[in-house]
Design a protein around this ligand. Structure first.
Ligand code: TMP
Length: 210
């Protein structure tokens, strides 16, 4: 049986790291065999591509170079990690995936979603996440939280309006695919956020019989 593919999405500072740790604990308690990974990244080559993408630089990175680097890393990650895990029956928990490309490169940068969809088919064939949790908070709060963490990376240097478009992008993806996507209000107290995540996971694993 194929393992489930779960992705976690959201704009900067929504609390992905803390909540992914919570999801790992929950899956362990349910005795689900899983692997946790992230994008961009997830293999040595894809982590190098992540470095290229996130490092602030003087040279302007053109939109199509950014898009192709995202999918280059994704192709490698799918080949080396995601597909083998799913095929061996393990659940994959991935910190961001192609919804981030629609949200950031599509809604954020203004790239054509048909072009993204074309690359998605090229790189993933018909592989799509089974469940996507979108952690949602007002952009200002997220950026404030993210700025307390570390020096801003190349994306975190973008203007607030960019992240507003990204956030709306995620919400519109969720509205179009309500069976797959669950929007979690991450501005609530952590205990409430984690209760909502548990509800989403329980409902997903009950429907899909694990
Ligand atoms: P983070 O996941 O550690 O926050 O950093 C990854 C950054 O890369 C984040 O700002 C979102 C961005 N990103 C894209 O722009 N497109 C993508 O397809 C992915 C996976 C990430």
């Amino acid at each position: 049986m194929h393992g489930k593919f779960i992705t976690i999405e959201g704009t900067e500072g929504v609390g992905k790291t803390t909540n992914i740790e919570f999801i790992q604990t929950w899956l362990n308690q349910q005795k689900v065999d899983f692997v946790t990974t992230r994008e961009p990244g997830g293999t040595p080559l894809a982590e190098q591509i992540r470095e290229l993408l996130l490092t602030p630089r003087d040279e302007k990175v053109c939109n199509s170079a950014e898009l192709l680097l995202m999918f280059a890393g994704r192709a490698q990650h799918l080949d080396q990690v995601i597909v083998p895990a799913i095929q061996s029956g393990r659940c994959v928990v991935c910190d961001r995936f192609t919804d981030a490309t629609y949200a950031y490169q599509g809604f954020g940068r203004g790239m054509d979603s048909a072009l993204i969809s074309h690359l998605e088919r090229l790189v993933q064939a018909d592989l799509r996440p089974d469940l996507t949790l979108i952690l949602d908070i007002p952009v200002e709060i997220g950026l404030q939280r993210a700025s307390q963490r570390s020096a801003p990376d190349r994306f975190e240097r973008e203007q607030t309006e960019f992240f507003e478009r990204v956030r709306q992008g995620y919400l519109s993806i969720a509205a179009n695919e309500p069976q797959r996507c669950v929007v979690i209000d991450a501005s609530k107290p952590l205990a409430d956020v984690q209760r909502d995540i548990t509800t989403a996971l329980e409902s997903f694993f009950t429907q899909g019989q694990g």
